[in-house]
Design a protein around this ligand. Structure first.
Ligand SMILES: Cc1cc2nc3c(=O)[nH]c(=O)nc-3n(C[C@H](O)[C@H](O)[C@H](O)COP(=O)(O)OP(=O)(O)OC[C@H]3O[C@@H](n4cnc5c(N)ncnc54)[C@H](O)[C@@H]3O)c2cc1C
Length: 292
C-alpha cells in the first residue's frame, strides 16, 4: 500500500516546528528518521494530513556531556551515539542497548527521540530511559516542560506528549561511582527484530565489592517498559550473589502482567523475563567488579 495524501514542510528551527504543530494540531505529525512512521503511513495505520520534517534542525542534534548527565538532542541519529566513545564511557548502557536496535541501516536514519516518542513497549531505548530515570525535555509554542521517563510512557505506543509538542532533548543520568557496570540483553525471533522480552541492569559497587546502587528493568512484559526501583533498592548493601540476583529477578517477574500474542504466550514471556533479568544483573555485576 501507499501512504494517504499529506502535506509536507521542512522546519528550519525548533520554533518553526512548534509553530507548525500549533497551527496544524491533531492532523500533524513530526517526522524524524521515518523508520517507524513511514511504514505505518504506508500501511495506513496512521494518516497524518501534515508532516513536519525536523531533520534540518541543528539544535535537535546536539550532544552535551555535563557532570551528572549526558544531554542528547532528540533528532540525534542512533548510529552517531553508537560510535561516540566519550558518551559510551559515561552511559555505557546506551551503546549496549543500541546494538540490539534494528539494523545498521535503520540506526543510520532512526533517531533517539523518534524511538522514545514511538514508545513501542519492546523497544530498547525506552527501557534504558525508564531504568536510568532519564529526563525528557519537551517543547511547544507555549514553552517547555520536563518529564521523567516514568511519567512519559503512558501505554503501548502512547506517551504524555501532546499533539502540539516536540521532544527536544533527553537527559541521561551519569552514575558517579567508579565501579559501575551495565548490561542489556534480549530474545527476539531474529536479530534486528523487536524483542519478545528484553532486560537491562546497571550496578555500582563499593571497594569491598558490595552493591551501593542498582537499577534494572524489563521490556516486552507490559504496556510500557518497566523498572523496579523498590526491588533494586533492596540490592544495596548485598554482595549480589546468585541467590540475591535470582530473588530479585523472580520478584520482578511477579510484578509483570505480560499478554499473549502471535509471538509468545504470557507464560513464555514470564519465563524469559526471569532468565533475562538475572542474566542482565549478573553481567552488570561482573562488569562493575572488573571496572577500573
Ligand atoms: C526493519 C526495522 C527494524 C526495527 N527494529 C527495531 C528494534 O529492534 N528496536 C527498536 O526500538 N526499533 C526498531 N525499529 C524502529 C526504528 O528504527 C526507530 O528506532 C524508531 O522507532 C523510530 O525513530 P525515527 O527517528 O525513525 O522516528 P520516526 O519514524 O520519524 O517517528 C516515529 C514517531 O515518533 C514521532 N517523533 C519523532 N521524533 C519526534 C520528536 N522529536 N518529538 C515528538 N515526536 C517525535 C513521530 O511523529 C512518530 O509518531 C525498526 C525499524 C525497522 C524499519
Amino acid at each position: 500500500m501507499k501512504a494517504a495524501p499529506f502535506e509536507y514542510a521542512r522546519a528550519a528551527s525548533l520554533a518553526e516546528a512548534c509553530e507548525l504543530l500549533a497551527t496544524h494540531g491533531d492532523g500533524a505529525k513530526l517526522i524524524a528518521g521515518g523508520q517507524s512512521l513511514v511504514p505505518m503511513m504506508a500501511m495506513r495505520l496512521v494518516r497524518p494530513a501534515f508532516l513536519i520534517d525536523i531533520n534540518e534542525i541543528a539544535a535537535l542534534k546536539s550532544v552535551k556531556v555535563e557532570s551528572d548527565a549526558v544531554c542528547i538532542g532528540a533528532c540525534t541519529r542512533q548510529c552517531s551515539l553508537e560510535r561516540d566513545d566519550a558518551l559510551a564511557a559515561r552511559v555505557s548502557l546506551l551503546r549496549q542497548a543500541l546494538a540490539w536496535v534494528g539494523h545498521a541501516q535503520t540506526r543510520n536514519r532512526g533517531t533517539v527521540g523518534g524511538s522514545l516518542a514511538h514508545a513501542d513497549p519492546s523497544a530498547e531505548l525506552p527501557l534504558v530511559a525508564r531504568v536510568l530515570g532519564a529526563r525528557l525535555v519537551i517543547r511547544s509554542k507555549k514553552g517547555n516542560r520536563t518529564l521523567d521517563a516514568a511519567q512519559f510512557f503512558t501505554g503501548p505506543m502512547s506517551t504524555a506528549l501532546r499533539p502540539d509538542e516536540c521532544l527536544e532533548e533527553i537527559r541521561w543520568p551519569v552514575w558517579p561511582e567508579k565501579r559501575t557496570g551495565s548490561a542489556f540483553t534480549e530474545i527476539a525471533e531474529r536479530h534486528g527484530d523487536f524483542a519478545i522480552v528484553s532486560a537491562t541492569a546497571q550496578v555500582a559497587l563499593d571497594g569491598g565489592g558490595r552493591c551501593v546502587r542498582a537499577a534494572f528493568g524489563l521490556g516486552g512484559v507490559g504496556g510500557t517498559p518497566l523498572s523496579f526501583p523498590k526491588l533494586a533498592a533492596r540490592l544495596a548493601g548485598t554482595k549480589l550473589d546468585d541467590a540475591v540476583i535470582e530473588d530479585a529477578a523472580q520478584a520482578a517477574v511477579a510484578d509483570t502482567e505480560p499478554g499473549n500474542d502471535l509471538h509468545a504466550t504470557a507464560e513464555y514471556r514470564r519465563h524469559l523475563a526471569g532468565v533475562l533479568a538475572a542474566k542482565a544483573l549478573r553481567e552488570a555485576h561482573e562488569r562493575a567488579r572488573t571496572a577500573a
